[in-house]
Design a protein around this ligand. Structure first.
Ligand SMILES: [Ca+2]
Length: 261
């Protein structure tokens, strides 16, 4: 237990040092594609491997999954997979820069967003962006002010989810040859059609960390939103509440950032 505590303290100190870097950074060092939605802007895609690499090049962060030799996947219980990290999400061959960054803990995701000039969304922000069309002149079939059952709109069709989202999900999946006990793997972040508010993959692809409970410290359970390639459409609905301990680093949890408009 003492070793774990020491490691956690060391990581907390590291992140505390890291966050002020954002103060001096350029406005958008990560190159995020932002969508303005009134009171805040949100990334149009999940944070990508290419964006996360820019952050690591500056911060020299070594993620928890890298420290541990790999992140985890659920089989008959959680199983650590050697070499499965944000760089190589399913081990094996190098990933594409436009795949989602996964095997990233809540604090690591928050540190990225601070560096990128923003922060992780609150649960309220994430839900508004995912289900309620806020753009002044949305593209068809979306209508301003309407709240939809799925981030894809009236149906889950088009999302990267398991079974309920149409046959294209299997064809889009990139898993680098991994043998998965369930599901087919994530897609590149703009491989699926844009949904509500012009955002990609708010439903499915990878779960997304949100800052809920807001400002909680330590290893408190943090909410994840939107479902993933591991699940069907039910997990994509606003009513589905899911969470994990903040230091969880697994194959199907990623994130996106918000910032002031
Ligand atoms: Ca997602």
């Amino acid at each position: 237990m003492r070793i774990v505590s020491t490691q956690r303290l060391a990581r907390a100190s590291f992140l505390a040092v890291l966050i002020p870097i954002a103060v001096h950074a350029q406005r958008d060092p990560a190159g995020i594609d932002w969508q303005a939605l009134g009171e805040f802007s949100i990334a149009r895609t999940e944070t990508t491997i290419g964006q996360f690499r820019r952050f690591v090049d500056v911060s020299r962060m070594v993620t928890r999954a890298e420290h541990n030799g790999g992140g985890e996947v659920y089989e008959a219980g959680w199983v650590k997979k050697n070499g499965w990290t944000w760089r190589t999400p399913f081990g094996g061959s190098a990933a594409h820069d436009d795949e989602p960054a996964v095997h990233v803990t809540f604090d690591e995701a928050q540190a990225f967003c601070r560096w990128a000039g923003g922060r992780l969304p609150t649960d309220e922000e994430w839900v508004r962006a995912a289900y309620t069309e806020l753009r002044e002149s949305p593209s068809a079939p979306f209508a301003r002010g309407r709240t939809y059952p799925f981030p894809t709109g009236e149906s889950p069709e088009g999302a990267q989810c398991l079974g309920d989202c149409g046959p294209a999900a299997k064809k889009r999946a990139i898993n680098h040859g991994a043998r998965l006990s369930r599901g087919d793997g994530h897609a590149r972040v703009t491989a699926t059609p844009a949904g509500v508010n012009g955002l990609h993959d708010m439903g499915g692809n990878v779960w997304e960390w949100v800052d809920e409970p807001r400002g909680a410290g330590g290893n408190a359970e943090r909410r994840t939103r939107g479902g993933s390639w591991w699940y069907g459409a039910a997990q994509m609905r606003a009513s589905h509440l899911q969470g994990k301990p903040a230091d969880t680093a697994v194959v199907y949890i990623g994130f996106r950032c918000v910032r002031q408009p």
